[in-house]
Design a binder for this molecule. Structure first.
Ligand SMILES: [Zn+2]
Ligand SMILES: [Zn+2]
Length: 141
C-alpha cells in the first residue's frame, strides 16, 4: 500500500518535486495540490483580466457607435435644414416637396428617438451583468 502510494507520486511541473500530482486537462501539466491552487488562481486572474478588457471594449464600442450615429443625425438635420431653407428661398414648391421634407424629418426623429434606446436595450444584459464591476457604470441611463 505504501509502495503504491509512493508510485503515485510524480514530478510537479512547477516546484519540480515528487509529490501527489493532479493533471490539469487544460494544459496537460501535473501539479502538486499547492501549485494546482496557484495554477488555478493564475487562470482565474487571466479570465478576470479578459472580463475587464471585454467590458472596456464593449464600452468603447457603444461610445463610438453613439458618437457616430449622433454625428450622422447632426449631418442629416443640417442637410435637411439647408434643403428646407433652399426650397423656401426658391419659392417653388408644392405639397409633394413639403411631404418629402416632412418625411425626412420624421425619419430623423425616429432615429433620434430610437437607436439609443435600441442599443441600450441590446446591451441591457451586458450592463446588468457588469454594473457592479464599476467599469461600465457610466453606461447606465
Ligand atoms: Zn508543486
Ligand atoms: Zn493548466
Amino acid at each position: 500500500m505504501a509502495m503504491a502510494m509512493e508510485n503515485d507520486k510524480t514530478l510537479c511541473d512547477i516546484c519540480n518535486e515528487e509529490k501527489l500530482t493532479y493533471l490539469c486537462e487544460g494544459c496537460s501539466k501535473k501539479f502538486c495540490s499547492m501549485d494546482l491552487t496557484e495554477h488555478h488562481q493564475m487562470l482565474t486572474n487571466e479570465l478576470r483580466q479578459m472580463d475587464i478588457d471585454y467590458a472596456q471594449d464593449c464600452k468603447k464600442f457603444v461610445m463610438e457607435y453613439l458618437a457616430t450615429s449622433c454625428n450622422n443625425i447632426q449631418m442629416k438635420l443640417a442637410d435637411l435644414h439647408k434643403e428646407t431653407k433652399q426650397t423656401l428661398n426658391d419659392n417653388d414648391f408644392n405639397e409633394i416637396n413639403i411631404h418629402y421634407l416632412k418625411n425626412q424629418l420624421t425619419e430623423i426623429r425616429q432615429v433620434l428617438d430610437n437607436p439609443t434606446k435600441i442599443i441600450i436595450k441590446d446591451l441591457q444584459p451586458f450592463i446588468t451583468q457588469y454594473k457592479d464591476n464599476g467599469t461600465v457604470n457610466d453606461l447606465k441611463q
